[in-house]
Design a protein around this ligand. Structure first.
Ligand SMILES: C[C@](O)(C(=O)O)[C@H](CC(=O)O)C(=O)O
Length: 501
């Protein structure tokens, strides 16, 4: 292959034009609130020489304007997680969006199912998104064909739905290092997703479903992840939205103390004790301790260690945002006239994580630190109002996501039935214009499947006829429209009409 005969002047002109077009794009209303740590020129150098258009951009712009109008009107979108095209098609009548949950994918869309540990293959969720998007397009074609086969008068009486609901998907913690995150973001854009969410949990350590050992990464690492996603979107010129989820609330560990922003919340030992990992290793070597025994050893050790943050140890007010431990020590020494005993190495876990003291303040700081990189914020907690307010003070048009969980004890938390009913609109007033029940299917589908299976067992086919077939037919569900039979006939007619006449 002969090398191209390049006119470098023309190449430079085209390149500079591309840089200018990226700069202009970043000034559009959809992009203007995002602050990048890199230049348009740098992004241009990372692009292909040809441009591709992505469905994801169209769907993201649609989602963006839906959200803007919810924000303006104090309304909200409440949707649920689904992985099945049949369910998604039904949702189109009532929901504006579809959510694809990582947990649900891990339960149902993989060869080896498992708990919500984000341990499924990295391309699992993008593939499910693509499957759903293709099914949406098919439903859209199916509906158009059947409509356009009718006269206007008849069409006016037919129901018509927007099957192309923007898809929002769970990208967990980005699945590994930054290059994995970049590849994942690319695949999501190519799958047709409108928005993904990325969290600050540690890869391979998502354990919060059982309430044990939730581990987050340093603020700086989280910023790196989000920047990787944003960079990939920019390289592709995609409008794809980024929802930034933070899991700091109830976090027990942090993987490293590299970022001074986190130092205020790292717990150390203030007594002179052996390192916890040494004590635990000794216990492990002494036989085959049960998990319960190990927890006991740990609890006993904690009682002797005088665990607290540095500020608690030095009785200093916690207003030194982002101050590194070294400066905190220096400040405490100059006020107290002595060294404060504090060692954050001693309580480290056997895996090396540092002990972390979660706080609403820390969560607020983290949400604020990353806000300019993304489009929506999701502090994952039950009552995020205070954090929403803090963010809205700085970014008045900030958009938020809120997630409802399967096991939340509404009554136990003091909600009356009216409170539960009002909850989504109250959340919307706090800026949570996007609300999800991510794993509804785990409860809902199983609940209805159980009912249906039991009915078939107990009442035989008569039960099905009475409970499902009759009511379904009564609302026009004869199966042939939903299965695309008319569309297939239309193909046959188009290809070889003469054979059928
Ligand atoms: C959103 C979520 O990540 C999911 O995988 O669906 C879960 C859902 C849940 O556990 O309720 C999560 O919030 O971590």
């Amino acid at each position: 292959m002969a090398p191209l005969d390049i006119d470098v002047d023309a190449e430079q002109v085209a390149f500079d034009k591309e840089v200018a077009s990226i700069e202009d794009w970043w000034k559009t209303p959809r992009q203007a609130s995002i602050k990048r740590p890199y230049t348009a020129r740098r992004i241009a150098t990372l692009r292909n020489t040809v441009r591709e258009e992505y469905v994801s951009s169209r769907q993201a712009l649609k989602l963006w304007s839906q959200f803007q109008s919810h924000l303006d009107n104090g309304t909200y979108e409440l949707t649920f997680g689904a992985t099945d095209p049949l369910i998604v098609a039904e949702m189109a009548k009532y929901q504006q969006t579809v959510y694809v949950s990582g947990a649900l994918c891990g339960f149902t869309q993989v060869l080896e199912p498992g708990m919500d540990q984000a341990d499924y293959p990295w391309d699992t969720v993008p593939k499910v998104v693509e499957k759903i998007y293709r099914s949406q397009m098919w439903n859209d074609r199916r509906q158009r064909q059947i409509r356009m086969s009718k006269a206007k008068a008849e069409r006016a009486k037919m129901e018509c739905y927007d099957y192309l609901a923007p898809i929002i998907a769970d990208a967990d913690m980005g699945f590994g290092g930054l290059t994995s995150t970049v590849k994942m973001a690319k695949l999501f854009v190519e799958s047709g997703v409108a928005m993904i969410h990325v969290d600050d949990l540690a890869s391979g350590m998502k354990r919060f479903t059982t309430g044990q050992g939730r581990t987050i990464v340093p603020t700086s690492e989280y910023i790196g992840r989000l920047t990787a996603v944003r960079m990939q979107f920019d390289i592709m010129g995609a409008e794809t939205m980024l929802l930034m989820r933070t899991d700091l609330i109830k976090a027990q560990f942090i993987t490293s103390v590299i970022d001074p922003c986190d130092h205020e919340y790292i717990i150390g030992a203030t007594n002179s004790v052996e390192a916890l990992s040494t004590v635990l290793s000794r216990t492990m070597e002494s036989g085959e301790p049960s998990l319960k025994e190990l927890v006991l050893v740990r609890t006993e050790w904690e009682k002797t260690a005088g665990l607290m943050t540095f500020d608690e140890a030095s009785l200093r007010s916690q207003d030194r945002l982002s101050t590194a431990l070294a400066q905190r020590r220096e400040a405490a020494r100059s006020v107290l006239g002595k060294e404060v005993a504090f060692d954050w190495e001693l309580p480290r876990s056997r895996e090396g994580q540092y002990l972390f003291k979660w706080a609403v303040k820390g969560e607020t700081e983290r949400c604020l630190a990353v806000a300019p990189l993304g489009d929506l914020t999701w502090p994952r907690m039950d009552f995020p109002g205070e954090i929403h307010n803090a963010l809205r003070e700085k970014y008045p048009r900030r958009l938020f996501c809120f997630g409802y969980t399967n096991t939340y004890d509404w009554a136990g938390a003091g909600f009356t039935e009216t409170d539960v009913k009002d909850s989504p609109s109250k959340m919307a007033k706090q800026g949570a214009i996007f609300q999800i029940q991510p794993t509804w299917c785990v409860q809902g589908i199983r609940y209805y499947a159980d009912k249906s299976a039991r009915m078939l067992k107990e009442d035989g086919i008569a039960g099905y006829v009475q409970e499902i077939q009759k009511p379904a037919l009564a609302v026009g569900r004869n199966g042939s429209e939903e299965s695309g039979a008319y569309l297939t006939d239309a193909y046959f007619e188009t290809i070889a009409a003469q054979d059928y006449i």
